[in-house]
Structure formats: C-alpha cells, structure tokens
Design a protein around this ligand. Structure first.
Ligand code: FES
Length: 105
C-alpha cells in the first residue's frame, strides 16, 4: 500500500510523491532530491527537517511533544503549523498530507 504526499519545495514548486507509509515523514522527505537534510537522523535535535503542515492537516497529526516544542521555539522561521518531520509517523491516514519545506535556518 502507498499514500500520496503533496510537497512544496523551497522554491515553491509543488510535487506529488508516492510513498509506502512506514517510518517518519522525515524519512520520506530525505529521499527527495529537493528534500530535507535530516542531519541528526531523527533524534529531534537538528531541525533540518522543519516543515509547515497545511492547516487542514495540522490538527489531524499527533500533538507535538516536549523536545519538538522546545526545538521549534528556537527557530527563526517557526510558524503556526511548523512541525519537525522526524516526529510525524506516516500511516495510511495521512494519504494526501500537504507540507511545505521550511527555509534553511
Ligand atoms: S531530523 Fe533532526 S530534528 Fe528532525
């Protein structure tokens, strides 16, 4: 089974990506040419996987946990629907998820 993700890159180009919903959103985005660096490998310490989740999707995701909240609070480009993609677990329920990659800090 696969799901579709809508990903807007840092140049503003929209892409539709088909992925198997296992692991984290960061792992899917890391595979893309225009994707995220994910320097810490998902340890919630680098913020290079920062994305803006489409507001209609934001409330459907599991809430942010302490480490994610703390790291996001330090980012210059933080916005209301900011998330760290390594903290979002992919599932079949996320078919159609829309995210925009945040600028590099
Ligand atoms: S990959 Fe480093 S914080 Fe998400």
């Amino acid at each position: 089974m696969t799901i579709r993700l809508q990903v807007v890159d840092r140049q503003g180009n929209a892409h539709e990506v088909t992925v198997v919903p296992v692991g984290s959103l960061m792992e899917a985005l890391r595979e893309l040419e225009y994707g995220v660096a994910a320097i810490c490998g998902g340890m919630c310490s680098c913020a290079t996987c920062h994305v803006y989740v489409d507001e209609r999707w934001s409330e459907r995701l599991s809430p942010r946990h302490g480490d994610e909240v703390e790291l996001l609070a330090q980012l210059e480009h933080r916005a209301e629907h900011s998330r760290l993609a390594c903290q979002i677990r992919l599932s079949s329920q996320l078919d159609g998820l829309r995210v925009r990659l945040a600028p590099e800090e």
